[in-house]
Design a protein around this ligand. Structure first.
Ligand SMILES: Nc1ncnc2c1ncn2[C@@H]1O[C@H](COP(=O)(O)OP(=O)(O)OP(=O)(O)O)[C@@H](O)[C@H]1O
Ligand SMILES: [Mg+2]
Length: 315
């Protein structure tokens, strides 16, 4: 299990991580989602020992890690969001190079390289120059590189960005296999639905702080509740409708676009029914009453959307 406790990180006067807390259980495929600049890369780089924190601790199986670089390096693997340029190295040589960094040479390195290339479906590109690999293949080679020392926990920073649907599917299958091998995987993205389809649990980071965490089922439930109710009424009755809605304790917010009202509603399905009944009783001509689709996106926007202007100002 990996626990991140009260993590702080400053870049000059800018507070990039602000009391960041997170717990990920063994074997989980955890989706780490946040907008550009939310603090995903910063968190990951601290967790793998590439960046120093200004406060807080990272614990693996209860053991403090931030001052124990050697142990940390054994336990974690990191796949960054960029791919360095390695001129004139084949895929196989590239992995041999990283194996040697961990003291693995000779036939052991040959065997390991073959296994890793097989794991990421790149055996057929063994002798291809890395600069001649497609983006998706480079991404997978990078993943193999992160696995060279067989870490328990793997951090992948935006591995799916820029991949086509086929490459994304292949990546997902590889991650599922790694997960079945018992690895704990933490994967970042700025797209919640993309993570939701492959992860067992998800956390949302905003302005350097974890704002929501849950199993994928919990996130889907929260998403269903978060999407606004849409109500279409006769335009001349808008004022009456507003008065009725404002007296309903489950109505948090109403916005109008012409005769279409969007309602942030916190009640149950029955409460929804009772609100509709109250409108009908008041002779409001309701022509439509429905929930928005794309609810994972709306959940994400509801949580982080309001802060985008402020975040832009801070940067
Ligand atoms: N080396 C640095 N110097 C100064 N500010 C930095 C540095 N690295 C990151 N930041 C700032 O810290 C904040 C968090 O950045 P970080 O890269 O962790 O975000 P992110 O969630 O990974 O974003 P993205 O989705 O764009 O990759 C941003 O506002 C960024 O500008
Ligand atoms: Mg990043």
């Amino acid at each position: 299990m990996i626990e991140i406790k009260h993590l702080y990180k400053r870049y000059g006067r800018f507070l990039a991580l602000n009391d960041f807390n997170l717990k990920v259980n063994e074997g989980e495929l955890f989706g780490f989602v946040g907008s550009n600049g939310a603090g995903k890369t910063t968190t990951m780089r601290i967790c793998v020992g590439l960046l120093k924190a200004d406060g807080g601790e990272v614990l693996i199986d209860g053991e403090k890690m931030l001052r124990n670089h050697r142990k940390l390096a054994e336990k974690v693997g990191y796949v960054p969001d960029y791919f360095g340029v390695y001129k004139s190295l084949t895929a196989s040589e590239y992995l041999h190079f990283f194996a040697s960094a961990y003291g693995i040479y000779g036939s052991d390195a040959d065997r390991l390289t073959d296994e890793l290339l097989d794991l990421v479906n790149l055996s057929h590109k063994k002798d291809t120059d890395v600069n001649g690999l497609s983006r998706g293949m480079k991404q997978r080679l990078c993943l193999a590189r992160g696995m060279v020392h067989n870490p328990d926990i793997l951090f992948l920073d935006e591995p799916a960005s820029g991949l086509d649907p086929k490459a994304r599917f292949e990546l997902k299958e590889i991650l599922k296999n790694l997960s079945a091998m018992g690895k704990t995987i933490i994967i970042s993205s700025h797209i919640l639905p993309e993570l939701a389809e492959m992860c067992t649990s998800v956390g949302i980071i905003d302005k350097g702080h974890l704002v929501l965490q849950g199993s994928i089922e919990e996130i889907h439930r929260a998403a269903a509740m978060s999407s606004p109710l849409n109500l279409v009424v006769n335009e001349e009755q808008i004022d009456d409708v507003f008065a009725i809605l404002q007296s309903n304790p489950f109505v948090q917010k109403v916005t109008a676009r012409g005769n279409i009202l969007q309602i942030v509603f916190t009640g149950s399905k029955d409460d929804e029914g009772r609100m509709l009944a109250s409108l009908i009783r008041a002779n409001i001509l309701v022509s439509s009453f429905y929930r928005e689709e794309g609810s994972l996106e709306s959940l994400f926007m509801q949580i982080v959307g309001n802060n985008t202007k402020e975040a832009a100002k801070r940067r």
